[in-house]
Design a protein around this ligand. Structure first.
Ligand code: FMN
Length: 438
């Protein structure tokens, strides 16, 4: 079972309660941790490495949403993944205090040139000695497009451009042979010009001459993460990804998603184990079952309705203010709602109202909450994996710091006792650790 930790460089992750949670407040008062200081993320990286996680992984959005009611008020009042500072500088801070764990971040291909991205990620791969991971997203949000002076692009165009973006990056990463740097001081030759090439790329969307001005990196570019859900997004992930972050609240839908990606990989001639699919999950741990339920209730009660509506509207890129709160979400025909349709049912399959979906989205962005004692949570993880087929989980905390430590100290040993989880790292690079068989 592979585990990764989901993070945002901001006051909330998937839980809008996080910034208000008494344990977040206490940790910041007692231990001096604050969401906008690197010390918090260095602490988290160390804890996750102690838990032998594959990766610490950052989402990244480039907007404060005004999707709900056309106002930035709801996003600001509720900290709906806003503010969100740039996570990439944190990767260097976190890598500096760890040795093995991967450090991954989202970076959109929608607003920059591939030369810039190839250079940035090659540099990070060097600085981390092969532990860098890039979550390649094509941004769909109109707020984000507007911040870059652009219009939101339709899915086909986004992914056509993204394929070309990756193609240019790959060629740039390969524009230096592994042994191009000879460093012959006597002969006055730093790099062998025969081993460094221009790429002369002329495509539909991009042109780049190359070569990259960064030497060949430990992983030959970073490990690639992806999170697309549409058929085009799945094709893209199946082609390039070393790992996928997926949100599927119900195991039955997770199983279908898992099979569809692994099937696409086989069709492309890739070994399905070359890409790990990590399903989002929010653990809520108690010493007893009753205490865990109390913690869940306390947490979920801290999310105002307005916050849930604002973040769900932002993620759908569609203002839900015009739909009655008691309408059944799965019965709506607005095309914008289609992409998230597997998130509109309860665990038992009951269809949810707009208010219910929004409340859950504010609590966990529809990640399933696994609630119980450490053994109970291990049971739920085991059952989910058994139904889905693999590969592991992307964990999201309900308060920070504190929740991640509890998981590492209490649930990880339980998973290890059951033989479900590794007891040591075996790979050196991010890609090798993702491929580790246990
Ligand atoms: C689990 C998950 C996490 C995502 N995280 C981000 C993110 O951090 N930043 C971002 O710009 N887009 C993010 N996205 C958006 C996707 O990368 C993609 O742009 C979006 O899902 C639209 O592509 P699709 O049509 O293939 O679904 C995420 C999507 C999913 C499903």
């Amino acid at each position: 079972m592979h585990l990764a930790q989901f993070l945002v460089h901001g006051p909330t992750y998937h839980s809008l309660a996080m910034w208000r949670h008494p344990k977040t407040a206490a940790a910041s008062a007692e231990r001096g941790f604050a969401w906008d200081r690197p010390e918090l993320y260095q602490h988290i990286a160390r804890v996750c490495e102690r838990g032998l996680f594959d990766t610490v992984f950052f989402a990244d959005l480039n907007y404060i949403a005004d999707t709900y009611t056309s106002s930035i008020g709801p996003a600001l009042r509720n900290a709906t993944q806003a503010p969100e500072h740039d996570p990439i500088p944190l990767l260097s801070f976190m890598a500096a205090v760890t040795k093995r764990i991967g450090v991954a971040s989202t970076f959109s291909v929608s607003h920059s040139h591939p030369f810039y991205a190839a250079r940035l990620w090659a540099t990070l791969d060097h600085l981390t000695r092969g532990r860098a991971g890039w979550n390649v997203v094509t941004s769909i949000n109109s707020n984000q497009a507007a911040n870059y002076g652009e219009e939101r692009q339709p899915a086909d165009a986004r992914y056509d451009r993204a394929h070309e973006f990756m193609e240019v990056c790959r060629r740039l990463w390969e524009s230096w042979d592994e042994d191009a740097v000879v460093m012959d001081r006597e002969a006055a030759v730093f790099a062998d010009p025969a081993k460094v090439r221009r790429i002369e790329y002329e495509g539909r969307f991009f042109r780049s001459r190359g070569p990259l001005n960064v030497t060949r990196t430990p992983q030959n570019g970073p490990a690639i993460f992806q999170a697309g859900t549409s058929p085009k997004g799945r094709d893209f992930a199946a082609k390039y990804a070393d790992a996928i972050f997926a949100i599927q609240p119900r195991a039955v839908d997770a199983a279908a998603y898992f099979a569809s990606i692994k099937g696409r990989m086989s069709d492309l001639g890739r070994d399905p184990d070359e890409c790990r699919i990590l399903f989002g999950m929010q653990p809520i741990i108690g010493a007893t079952e009753a205490e865990a339920r109390e913690r869940q209730e306390e947490h979920n009660g801290l999310v105002p309705v307005e916050g849930g509506m604002a973040i769900l509207s932002a993620h759908l890129d569609f203002d839900l203010a015009g739909i009655p709160l008691d309408a059944i979400m799965a019965e709506r025909t607005e095309p914008e709602l289609y992409r998230m349709r597997t998130r509109f049912h309860k665990q038992d399959g009951t269809p949810m109202t707009v208010a219910e979906v929004a409340a859950r989205h504010g609590q966990s962005v529809s990640l399933p909450q696994f609630v119980g004692t450490p053994a109970g949570i291990a049971d739920q993880m085991e059952a989910f994996m058994a139904e889905v087929g693999g590969d592991g989980f992307m964990l999201s905390a309900i308060h920070s710091p504190g929740a991640i430590e509890e998981f590492v100290d209490l649930v990880v040993p339980e998973l290890q006792r059951r033989g479900l989880y590794r007891t040591e790292y075996r790979g050196r690079t991010q890609r090798e650790i993702l491929r580790q068989a246990d």
